[in-house]
Design a protein around this ligand. Structure first.
Ligand code: UDP
Length: 413
């Protein structure tokens, strides 16, 4: 077995790697192309950095191409993103023109590769028009939407839909994110990479150093929420829950870790609200972390006794997956993708109020053996459902189904 697959077998189990090899066998030599809009930054690029070499190791001839443009192109695609997520959006004509021109230029450059490919994955709206610009395509084209398109701005959706209808299939992350399109639609939830800095095993020394760096007492219980300073993540609710729970759990510490408020004015305002609510409490640690502080977040998740994600609204909630993978019981808001991950009373608790969260914090900290049992189940649940290898298995299964026209079963030789 090759090195990369072997490393995944060590953390994700040999079964899944065997399944990947079985599924890939009939697809060996197939030309696959992924197209997205950036090689760095953002979840899609992060996944492709691992997915593409894994597909190559499995014998699929896989390449990764990127569409790049000028300022107007990115302004337009940012507006699409916001529009798909439900913001009222009016996109000026000149931005739409830049979008189409950038796609036309990219098609000039990539047409030979794309028309020759057996399978093309177009990620998100940025490169969506490429299909219409490759009239001699011979392969199967899939539109992979990573965005919550459940309630899009109707003008934006109507504009984009025209580029999508001719695809052979589309993939959404969750059923609730999907839009109706006139072709088969697949649901493939997101995943975490167990070998990334955010999730790999850390030494005790590294974890202890992070505790020391942020003035956390390793002898006292600690609860954690990692999230952007966003009202939907309910940082004030977390502080309230902490204060209620502390009455019953002496010495309790809270860490609220989020990104640096950069170009997001609301982020700054929410951070300020959290600071006011914390009111110089020495046991509430509000951490503003750099965007690449992956190992720090990893260490914080590992040294927490309980992890919260008390969101009021949530897409999928990768922070939940990350914490569960580290064997932590998670207390999560009863919403969105958190419900797929936190199985109430088994892998954690679902809550709707600060009082509910406080009750569960108290419960888990007073019965550490129960927290540990839930954490073990949580890790197993993530191993089975939300690792990168599972996502790849689903992509391969979909490729087989699409290539062979099978809709109800896949035969392996
Ligand atoms: N994250 C981070 N730094 C921060 C806050 C969050 O690296 O300050 C990471 C977090 O570990 C997770 C992702 O950003 O991997 C957030 O994904 P999630 O689905 O939880 O929430 P979103 O921010 O997409 O609403």
């Amino acid at each position: 077995m090759s090195n990369l697959l072997e490393s995944y077998a060590e953390v994700a189990g040999t079964d899944i790697v065997d399944q990947l090899r079985q599924l890939a066998a009939p697809l060996r030599g197939m030309k696959v192309v992924h197209v997205n809009s950036t090689r760095v930054g953002g979840g899609v690029a992060e996944i492709l950095h691992k997915l593409v070499p894994l597909m190559c190791e499995l014998g699929l001839n896989t390449r990764w191409e990127v569409i790049t443009g000028e300022r107007d192109f990115y302004q337009c695609t940012k507006a699409f993103h916001n529009g798909l997520q439900g913001h009222r959006t009016v996109i000026p004509e000149h931005l739409l023109r830049a979008y189409q021109e950038t796609n036309a230029r990219t098609a000039e450059r990539l047409r030979p590769v794309l028309e020759e490919a057996d399978m093309v994955f177009i990620h998100d709206p940025q490169p969506a028009p490429l299909l219409g610009l490759c009239p001699n395509r011979k392969g199967t084209w899939v539109w992979r939407c990573h965005i919550d398109a459940s309630h899009p701005d109707r003008h934006v959706w109507r504009y984009l839909r025209r580029f999508l209808t001719d695809y052979d299939a589309s993939v959404f992350s969750l059923a609730s994110f999907a839009q109706a399109l006139p072709h088969p639609e697949y649901l493939i939830p997101p995943s975490i990479d167990p070998l990334s800095d955010k999730n790999l095993e850390l030494s005790r020394e590294e974890i202890a150093a992070v505790q020391q760096q942020f003035g956390l007492d390793p002898q006292r219980p600690m609860i954690l929420q990692v999230s952007r300073f966003d009202r939907f993540k309910d940082p004030l609710g977390v502080i309230e829950a902490f204060r209620l729970a502390r009455k019953f759990v002496p010495g309790l510490q809270l860490v609220l870790a989020g990104g640096t408020a950069s170009d997001d004015p609301e982020g700054e305002a929410v951070h300020l609200e959290a600071q006011n609510a914390a009111n110089h409490d020495r046991d509430i640690h509000l951490l503003l972390l750099a965007p690449d502080a992956h190992r720090i977040i990893n260490a914080l998740q590992r040294c927490a006794d309980v992890v919260l994600q008390k969101s009021l609204r949530e897409g999928f909630g990768l922070t939940v997956t990350e914490a569960m993978w580290k064997g932590k019981p998670v207390i999560g808001g009863d919403t969105g993708g958190i419900r797929l991950q936190v199985i109430n009373y088994h892998t954690g608790f679902l809550v709707n109020t600060p009082e509910g969260a406080a009750l569960r914090i108290r419960y888990l900290l007073q019965r550490p053996e129960r927290g540990q049992e839930m954490g073990e189940k949580a890790r197993q649940f993530v191993r089975e459902n939300f690792l990168l290898t599972r996502q790849l298995r689903e992509y391969l299964t979909m490729l087989l189904a699409l290539r062979s026209g099978i809709t109800d079963r896949i035969e392996l030789s």
